[in-house]
Design a binder for this molecule. Structure first.
Ligand SMILES: [Zn+2]
Length: 278
């Protein structure tokens, strides 16, 4: 088990869209994965420009145009994309090929081993966790804010990949994507109390006092939870959205009025003759 902070990730362009990718995964045949930024779309401030959320007050036509740009750049269809309403819980949904292209109700984790299904979520400070099991060719995507972290949503997603998809937890690599870091995530006494109650064994690791302010390290919490769930390899990009508002939407950093950037992961379908359908 190793932790590599900020290594192995590359910042590049995909058909005009700035993206982050995890270098080792770009060599995995048919695996699609992308961490988008706030750039490359058509939305106007405060959603400028690649906002993918339909629920933050942005112009609907701009959001649809942004989605179309992303799918075109990735070479995927909207009918392949599985999305859910993020509610800060610990519900994990297994997505079948028949369900792709649909809204899947409320969940904060999506998993699949079906080629052709693209898991998609939107973020602005909460933690994106990308999961990949190369042996099983299975993927997962998790949305973890502080409420989800206290419920161990990351561990729930790993367990679902093991129990429902037949993955070996040790074969899974997890990426902790751009999200609010311990540098910026100040929390109040009520959150401190809840963290201390829910995660007593690691609370001391997570809370950093700086004079009269307390900061919560959600990266460390999720890192520990992923390791405890048996994940073989966890990598933290250690890229703070509030520190990098030039690159990402940040709910805290932008005072609540902002967009959401996208994260997508899935396997393309693959024909036996070596061609790829989609
Ligand atoms: Zn920061």
């Amino acid at each position: 088990m190793t932790e590599d902070v900020n290594s192995g990730f590359r910042y590049t362009q995909l058909d005009g869209l700035p993206i982050y990718q995890f270098e080792p995964w770009t060599n995995q045949p048919h695996l699609v994965h992308v961490i988008l930024t706030r750039h490359g779309g058509v939305s106007r401030p405060p959603y400028a420009t690649l906002n993918l959320s339909r629920a933050v007050g942005d112009e609907p036509s701009a959001v649809e145009c942004n989605h179309a740009r992303v799918y075109s750049a990735l070479g995927i269809q909207s009918t392949q994309v599985a999305q859910c309403h993020l509610v800060h819980g610990r519900t994990i949904r297994r997505v079948t090929a028949q369900e792709a292209g649909q809204w899947l109700g409320q969940a904060d984790g999506l998993i699949t081993a079906q080629p052709g299904v693209m898991l998609s979520m939107r973020f602005a400070d909460c933690i994106p966790i990308l999961l990949h099991s190369p042996q099983r060719r299975a993927v997962g995507l998790v949305h973890a804010g502080w409420r989800g972290t206290l419920q161990n949503v990351a561990g729930a997603a790993v367990r679902a990949m093991v129990e429902e998809l037949g993955c070996d937890a040790n074969d899974i690599t997890a990426l902790i994507g751009p999200s609010i870091g311990p540098c910026c995530y100040e929390v109040g006494p009520e959150t401190v109390r809840k963290v201390t109650m829910a995660l007593p064994e690691i609370a001391a690791l997570l809370l950093r006092d700086s004079g009269r302010r307390t900061y919560l390290d959600l990266w460390q919490a999720n890192y520990q939870q992923l390791l405890s769930a048996g994940v073989g390899h966890v990598l933290n990009m250690a890229l703070c959205t509030a520190c990098h508002r030039d690159l990402f939407f940040s709910h805290r950093g932008d005072n609540g009025r902002t967009g959401r950037f996208g994260v997508i992961i899935g396997y393309r379908t693959h024909n036996d003759d070596g061609t790829t359908d989609i």
